[in-house]
Design a protein around this ligand. Structure first.
Ligand code: SF4
Length: 555
């Protein structure tokens, strides 16, 4: 019986709409959709400034204060009132706002449109849930210390009902509403970094000058646990790292973006739960430097995946995206070879490869199938890797030279570095895919043949040259590698030693902090941020806001 009542209560909760969601709907239908349907919320409380005051205000009020949870199945609404007061025998709901009131042409304080709908909804909900008559609701704007009265009349009730109806329709939809015209609202919107409204406007109008609403950098650390036998746990709001024979290290969770466990480190269940709740990515890399997998805690992203399935079930759409990808990677490889010819004498092999790659790249847009694209990509890779040794300085010891790509296992030091770098890159790409909430197993170019997720392999192509190939080449030419101490030779196989892996991780993480200027949006971001941006731009390709994906090409 109790179980029945509980499930009934859950059903009502699912079918009713939160009043605060109607506030978001009045602000922007897309914001409602992102929060309510796709369940995207930001962890940063500051970005909600101006939308609600919470418990600290209760304590500042010296009058009677009654916060109240209300729910009406009949109306289809639920919500928690900031305060309920009685004035002259009338019950009045109150809403508190941190910001200023809207001013009309006579400079009189008025409620903002979204706040008006919200207080009307509370007043109507109060009537419906308690069977009383409510004549008005009040909003107190704390920044200019004014109270605005909002009358609940028939027009107000109708407005609330219409909003509930619109919300119900949107909840059933898998289609994300378009960005709103009023860009000033976007600048204050908590979900602008997810929504990317400026990039959507740019996709429709190439003359648009976008403002960067996407954070330039992700300040949170990526912690690599390289030492076997290390254990990771939780203590309060911190992650606790216990390495063998070393003092215990504690790091506040808010400072961590990812935990990367190499080799045989341990992580406790409590720490995993905590990381999931805090949005900290947890990834596993084998002792041999192979990416093993990630802790997947995605929730509420089914609409995004439904749209992805629908888009990537279309072979033409996949081919179009794959062409962009092959061009992006091929251009990056070619530009890297061209850079090499700036600092040293051009070799015949380099010049020939650069010219031949240009010819192949010209043909890619005409590729009629994924198979023919694979052929072009293979040609480009063969030309690139055949010329890459010519970028190595003559002073570099012979053991660190490159004589062609080999892997599984790598047979020389240069390839050992490339393989480890691509594993770290795959981990970062997976982290971004999981953050955005797409399905890694469904790509547009790579087929699900190997253990690695096809979408991650697709996106990997964009970052290989700038983040791994260039990092390895620069470190080799600068003489940063010790051919003995940084590597382990096992028969014909060559791996990075623990020392070498530590060195590589430092080089790679510091490369990720460098900035790159997007050729279309015109703003600069660190490579750390570019992973997530690129996945979000990919999602826009099947959301009617495409055109910016796959532009990460070296200059
Ligand atoms: S950024 Fe703009 S378009 Fe996007 S959800 Fe916010 S207000 Fe709406």
């Amino acid at each position: 019986m109790q179980a029945l009542e509980l499930s009934r209560a859950t059903e009502v909760q699912v079918s009713t709409i939160r009043v605060s969601a109607l506030h978001a709907l009045a602000y922007c239908p897309r914001l409602f959709y992102l929060e309510e349907v796709e369940e995207l919320y930001t962890q940063d409380a500051a970005v909600f400034a101006g939308r609600r005051l919470h418990t600290q205000l209760e304590k500042q009020e010296d009058e009677e204060w009654e916060e109240l949870f209300l729910e009406s199945e009949e109306l289809g609404l639920r919500g928690r009132l900031d305060a309920l007061r009685t004035r002259d025998g009338q019950t009045i709901p109150y809403e508190h706002k941190r910001g200023r009131a809207h001013r009309d042409e006579n400079n009189q304080p008025q409620a903002w449109e979204s706040d008006r709908l919200q207080i009307l909804a509370y007043a109507y909900l109060l009537e419906s849930a308690h069977g009383i008559t409510v004549q008005e609701g009040r909003i107190r704007y704390h920044a200019d210390n004014v109270v605005v009265h909002v009358l609940l009349d028939e027009a107000g009730r109708l407005k609330v009902k219409q909003a509930i109806q619109q919300a119900r329709i949107l909840r059933q939809s898998t289609y994300r509403p378009p960005v709103i015209d009023n860009e000033r609202l976007c600048a204050r919107c908590s979900l602008a970094p997810v929504c990317l409204p400026e990039e959507a406007r740019l996709a429709h109008n190439r003359e648009w000058q976008p403002i960067r609403l996407f954070p330039e950098d992700d300040e949170r650390q990526v912690i690599h646990i390289l030492e076997p036998g290390t254990s990771v746990g939780r203590t309060g709001e911190q992650i606790k790292i216990t390495r063998r024979n070393q003092p215990v290290e504690t790091v506040p969770a808010r400072q961590i973006g990812q935990l990367v466990l190499h080799s045989f480190s341990q992580i406790s269940t409590q720490a995993l739960h905590f990381c999931a709740a805090q949005g900290i990515g947890v990834h596993f890399i084998s002792g041999g430097g192979r990416y093993l997998g990630s802790f997947d805690t995605r929730q509420g992203s089914i609409q995004r995946r439904i749209r992805q399935y629908a888009a990537l079930s279309n072979p033409d759409a996949c081919l179009e995206l794959a062409r962009k990808l092959v061009i992006c990677r091929g251009q990056g490889q070619r530009k890297f070879l061209m850079r090499g010819t700036r600092s040293k004498a051009k070799t015949e092999k380099l010049e020939k490869a650069i010219a031949q790659m240009k010819a192949v790249l010209k043909q890619v847009p005409q590729a009629k199938s994924l198979e023919s694209l694979l052929g072009y990509e293979g040609n480009l890779a063969a030309l690139y890797f055949s010329a890459l040794p010519d970028l190595i300085s003559p002073e570099v010891p012979k053991e660190l030279h490159f004589a062609g790509r080999n892997r599984r296992p790598p047979l020389d030091r240069f390839n050992a570095m490339l393989s480890f770098g691509y594993a770290l890159l795959l981990k970062d790409v997976m982290n971004a895919i999981l953050t955005v909430g797409l399905e890694p197993a469904l790509g547009f170019y790579h087929q699900p043949r190997s253990q690695a997720a096809p979408l991650a392999l697709d996106l990997l192509e964009i970052f290989r040259v700038p983040l791994v190939d260039m990092t390895v080449m620069a470190a080799v030419n600068r003489g940063q590698w010790d051919a003995k101490a940084d590597f382990e030779i096992r028969g014909k196989q060559v791996w990075l030693s623990e020392l070498g892996r530590r060195k590589f991780v430092e080089l790679y993480e510091s490369r990720k902090q460098e900035s790159w200027k997007h050729p279309v949006t015109g703003y600069s971001l660190t490579y750390r941020r570019l992973f997530e941006l690129e996945v979000r731009l990919l999602e826009k390709e099947w959301s009617g806001e495409g055109g910016l994906f796959g532009q990460l090409i070296l200059r």
